[in-house]
Design a protein around this ligand. Structure first.
Ligand SMILES: C[S@@+](CC[C@H](N)C(=O)[O-])C[C@H]1O[C@@H](n2cnc3c(N)ncnc32)[C@H](O)[C@@H]1O
Length: 261
């Protein structure tokens, strides 16, 4: 089996594909960042990677989002390059820099970046950021070429909340995006035998109110009109009121795939 082809098929057929555009929306980007704060993310994942950092390290964070890794790692490392194609996500990251001068934000897709213009970094990191890249071999080769010491790729296993709500409303089989298995095997077929470790993190779904929860899932599941009442009834059963907000708490398993050169 040629795993890069399986990866590309999984990207093209992913049920969640439409939802990926949400990362370019300002309201969604703010909501994403609120979820992170309530989930104590990146928690143990950050601690694990930080063990390989020093004050000399240069870090390249691909799909840096709102800075969950880039911001705390810049406090330890020498410099951080944060690649983030969504201006909405990048603006939140920039807003958190708080005078930190060693973070450089590049507002581009990883695929569009030229390796020689970017230059090498000690550590290359990509956390849940590769799912929409169809040509994974070129993307990985560029990551490998630019990492002097470490390459870390983290891929989370989709939460049960997402699977359940998908099945309840879409009434057809859920086709997942590429997983850690695809990635691990693509690396093997490139002759790279990576380490893999599992880290559990808390994922709290948090909404200011029921209207926000309904709007979010309506967009995420790309539901047409007429589903609002049943979606509201479903979410009312799942979400719990706490501290003036609505919550659903769960644990997610994260595959940390890493290579030391
Ligand atoms: C799920 S978020 C993860 C953000 C951050 N790494 C974290 O752990 O919070 C995925 C991020 O990857 C970015 N992204 C998606 N496709 C990308 C690509 N082809 N190149 C670089 N970043 C990408 C998205 O804009 C989004 O901000």
């Amino acid at each position: 089996m040629y795993w890069a082809r399986q990866w590309s098929k999984a990207v093209t057929n992913a049920s969640s594909r439409k939802g990926w555009e949400l990362f370019f929306n300002h309201d969604f980007a703010h909501w994403y960042d609120v979820q992170l704060k309530h989930s104590n993310y990146p928690g143990a994942l950050l601690e694990m990677i930080k063990r390989h950092l020093s004050t000399e390290t240069s870090l390249l964070d691909i799909g840096a989002g709102t800075g969950a890794f880039a911001i705390p790692m810049a406090r330890v490392a020498n410099k951080v390059t944060a690649v983030e194609p969504s201006l909405a996500m990048a603006k939140i990251l920039l807003g958190k820099m708080n005078g930190q001068k060693n973070i450089h934000v590049v507002n581009q897709y990883w695929e569009d970046i030229k390796a020689d213009e970017m230059g090498p970094h000690d550590m290359v990191l990509a956390v849940n950021a590769l799912y929409r890249i169809t040509d994974i071999v070129s993307a990985l080769k560029k990551m490998i070429a630019l990492s002097r010491k470490h390459l870390f790729i983290i891929m989370s296993c989709k939460s049960s909340f997402y699977h359940d709500i998908w099945h309840a409303f879409k009434k057809r089989a859920y086709s997942g995006p590429p997983s850690f298995l695809h990635l691990y095997n693509v690396l093997c077929q490139l002759g790279i035998f990576a380490n893999i470790e599992w880290v559990k993190t808390k994922t709290n779904h948090v909404y200011a109110d029921m209207d926000q929860a309904v709007n979010y899932w309506q967009s995420r599941l790309n539901l047409g009109p007429g589903k609002e009442n049943s979606l509201r009834a479903y979410l009312e059963k799942k979400l719990v009121a706490e501290h003036g907000a609505l919550f659903f708490a769960e644990q997610v398993s994260n595959a940390v795939i890493w290579v030391k050169k």
